[in-house]
Design a protein around this ligand. Structure first.
Ligand code: NAD
Length: 456
């Protein structure tokens, strides 16, 4: 999953047909299905290793370990969609439902050309533990479609989204499995999903289906504060970390990898607190300015140019220089497995806040431990998105519309509570934050399995 892989694929549509795992024309489908891209470490196996470490510190029933080691359901649909030029393409869509002992399955939907089954399985499992840690009464799921969003028009993306929703059918539902945005998807796509799903139901029952997805636009039933929620949660988490150590955020420096929904909102909120964004990277390149990069101006630039490359308020640097930039806090907010052992050895920060899911490899984690670089793990740091998704779901259910202040203060309370539960566990057991966060979640899930038993 390298940046080079992303940029190298920005080629003509005819070349794209031959790329492994991309959407393909129906005629070429059998030829193009041969291989899936091979990441450095397998994300699902990385997750299982981290889970096994946490299980050493959380007393677990043997059968619960077994249940959690694989998702409950793995739904894979191959579906054709008509392109603007009249040709059909076949897409592969996934919906992985990891666990629903704590409540309906919940998790984002990713559109990316390197989406794989193992990636979505890992992401779905992380949702189970994220919800349990935050005491959000949902289980864990994740979905994805392997496609290159930048190579499709808006109307193609709409037809792809609607057809995928239709093909998922009753495998999703407002009390069963509730998708949300993730990488490559946004509020518009959630509204298309909602509208398609509503139209698949009886007239009299239609409006009760609105909460089939969260992360919708405000006008179509979304929540105030949902768009910035993940970034807001990352910052609440960083604030708790800073308070605990007497560290001043005002004047500190930070870097961000990924300047999409999560990265850009995190940067905007953190810079408002006086922190200085010194380096940023996205799929188009890396930028550096020790005097500070204005997130708002960069957001406007990205909206018109599609990426950060060419932004005049900073100098272009190499990807290696980005990771080696001097800073207090490093915030990965793009893909998984980005921080390799080599990068970990060169990092100059004192803390990593994992806004992305699974950005750190196992080898890198060992290096970070040796170098005393603290990590705020993904299931804690980026949980703000699912928390406010839960608020959106409640608001839809009750036909309410909460004010932003209420959303933010409830989010703050839940992030703070989970953060201190994680830290207390880490201190008491002498383990790292990731192990502690997973162990707190596992203890809760295990308790519910003991209380409920396993049917029949
Ligand atoms: P997004 O699609 O809005 O933005 C992704 C960003 O990553 C873009 O700036 C893109 O240019 C950059 N990027 C892509 N490939 C890259 C590469 N190879 N090198 C460097 N940058 C690259 O996605 P998002 O919603 O901001 O999600 C980012 C991460 O946050 C993902 O790991 C996602 O799972 C996680 N997350 C998202 C949410 C949410 O609410 N959207 C919630 C929790 C976690």
């Amino acid at each position: 999953m390298s940046k080079k892989a992303e940029t190298a694929e920005a080629v003509s549509p005819s070349k794209m047909k031959a790329a492994p795992g991309s959407a393909v024309s129906v005629a070429n489908a059998d030829l193009a299905r041969a291989a899936e891209p091979a990441p450095v470490e397998n994300f699902f196996e990385v997750h299982l290793t981290q889970l096994a470490r946490a299980m050493e510190h959380a007393p677990m029933q043997k059968h619960v370990r077994l249940i959690l080691s694989e998702p409950k359901n793995e739904i894979i649909v191959n579906f054709p969609v008509k392109m603007d030029d009249g040709n059909f393409k076949l897409f592969t869509g996934y919906r992985i439902q990891h666990n629903n002992i704590m409540g309906p399955y919940k998790g984002g939907l990713r559109y990316h050309h390197e989406v794989t089954l193992d990636e979505v399985k890992a992401l779905a499992a992380l949702m189970t533990y994220k919800c349990a840690l935050l005491e959000v009464p949902f289980g864990g799921a994740k979905g994805g479609i392997r496609l290159h969003t930048r190579e499709h028009s808006t109307s193609e993306l709409e037809r792809i989204t609607r057809r995928f929703t239709h093909d998922l059918g009753n495998n999703i539902g407002p009390e069963y499995d509730i998708p949300a945005p993730d990488m490559g998807t946004n509020s518009q796509m959630m509204v298309w999903m909602m509208d398609t799903y509503m139209n698949m139901h009886n007239l009299s029952d239609k409006n009760a289906q609105r909460r089939i997805v969260t992360g919708k636009s405000l006008t179509s039933g979304g929540s105030r504060g949902r768009e910035k929620a993940t970034g807001q949660g990352v910052v609440y988490c960083i604030q708790e970390w800073a308070d605990e150590r007497g560290f001043r955020l005002d004047g500190c420096s930070y870097t961000v990898q990924g300047f999409g929904n999560v990265g850009s909102h995190t940067a905007q909120i953190l810079s408002r607190l006086g922190a200085v964004l010194v380096a940023v990277q996205d799929h188009t390149g890396s930028l550096y300015n020790p005097e500070g990069i204005y997130p708002r101006k960069l957001i406007d630039y990205v909206q018109t140019h599609g990426g950060i490359a060419g932004y005049a308020g900073a100098q272009a640097i190499s990807d290696e220089e980005f990771w080696a930039a001097d800073c207090d806090i490093c915030i990965p907010a793009a893909l998984e497995l980005q921080i390799t052992a080599e990068i970990a050895r060169n990092l100059k920060c004192r803390m990593i806040a994992e806004a992305a899911n699974g950005p750190t490899t196992l080898e890198a984690e060992a290096v970070l431990r040796e170098r005393n670089i603290e990590v705020l793990p993904d299931i804690m740091a980026n949980a703000g998105g699912v928390v406010v998704s839960y608020f959106e779901w409640i608001q839809n259910k009750r036909s309410e519309s909460w004010q932003l202040q209420e959303v933010d203060s409830r989010l703050h309370f839940m992030m703070k509570r989970a953060y201190h539960e994680m830290r207390a566990f880490a201190r008491e057991r002498g383990v790292d934050n990731r192990t502690a966060a997973l162990a707190v979640a596992l203890e809760r899930i295990n308790t519910v399995y003991i209380e409920r038993g396993v049917f029949p």
